[in-house]
Design a protein around this ligand. Structure first.
Ligand SMILES: NC(=O)c1ccc[n+]([C@@H]2O[C@H](COP(=O)([O-])OP(=O)(O)OC[C@H]3O[C@@H](n4cnc5c(N)ncnc54)[C@H](OP(=O)(O)O)[C@@H]3O)[C@@H](O)[C@H]2O)c1
Length: 261
């Protein structure tokens, strides 16, 4: 079995789907282990896979750990097998902690984001030397390439990456909701306001692929026009400072979660 997924929530399921849809893995090469037997069986059937018991994990070449960090400490002793390579997407759990709890140095740490659901994740990767030598990092690079772009970064940047990139869909969803609410206040029907806000975010994301943010802003904000008045109001409310603080707070929280280990 090339890869066994432990944890089939939002993220585990998206990565599984990407790997199968893009042909990186065939159903016969994949096993799944979930917590709720009923749900796991349903999911395994839907994807044509075999649900596995925890004790069968020793047959796996590699394991993808997609459970919540709080579930890891009691799960680790049950899934630790010599000769297996581990790829974790758990926020805040360092390669040192993974290595200690799983009793192996074949560990890869990954940080995707929710856009994996639509194949548009930005995923960070890092790995211990033994995992690189065993081909685990190359495997992880190909796996996460099925759900978006992949960046290899040093481990000290993982908490900032998590705070900036993995959390970004939540920050931007709040921006979209706030923009829609503001439209509603000005009399716009709710459904239309939500749709316009989502479309504006998606289109801006596309435009930003080929221009600097400042250039885009300047192209919209004509002298003495409506947008520059709106921008002034946002600056008066310290929008930029709010983002600095959000990313700083989320980075700190990542450190805390890691230290709790
Ligand atoms: N959501 C994000 O945007 C995001 C982004 C990057 C990284 N992450 C990381 O990805 C991980 C998963 O996040 P998620 O959003 O996919 O969480 P989730 O939807 O809560 O999924 C976690 C899954 O783990 C399963 N699980 C728990 N204990 C288990 C056990 N002992 N054996 C097997 N399966 C078990 C749960 O099963 P049940 O459903 O049966 O309880 C659930 O399906 C987290 O560590 C998180 O830090 C999340």
């Amino acid at each position: 079995m090339k890869l066994v997924f432990v944890g089939l929530g939002k993220m585990g399921k998206s990565i599984l789907k990407g790997a199968l849809d893009r042909g990186f893995l065939r159903p016969g090469e994949v096993g799944v282990v979930g917590r709720t037997p009923e749900r796991t069986r349903e999911l395994a059937e839907a994807f044509g896979l075999r649900p596995l018991a925890l004790k069968e994990l020793a047959q796996a070449e590699r394991v993808l750990l997609a459970v919540q960090p709080r579930d890891f400490p009691h799960l680790a002793p049950e899934i630790a097998h010599p000769g297996v390579g581990y790829i974790s997407i758990m926020a805040g759990v360092s390669t040192a902690v993974l290595s200690r709890r799983l009793d192996t140095r074949r560990v890869v740490r990954a940080m995707p984001n929710l856009a994996a659901v639509i194949g548009e994740s930005s995923t960070a990767l890092t790995a211990l030397r033994e995992a690189r030598e065993a081909g685990d990092l190359d495997f992880a690079r190909s796996l996460f390439a099925t759900v978006g772009d992949v960046y290899e970064i040093p481990e000290h940047l993982f908490d900032p990456f998590t705070a900036m990139s993995a959390s970004a869909p939540a920050y931007l969803a709040v921006v979209a909701e706030a923009l829609a609410d503001a439209g509603v206040k000005m009399g716009m029907p709710r459904a239309l306001a939500l749709r316009l806000a989502a479309e504006a975010l998606a289109a801006t994301g596309e435009l930003l692929k080929s221009r600097h943010p400042a250039q885009l802003k300047d192209e919209v904000a004509s002298p003495g026009g409506t947008t520059i008045y709106g921008l002034h109001a946002l600056e008066a409310r310290s929008l930029r400072a709010a983002f600095y603080e959000a990313v700083e707070a989320a980075t700190r929280r990542g450190h805390e979660l890691g230290e709790a280990e």
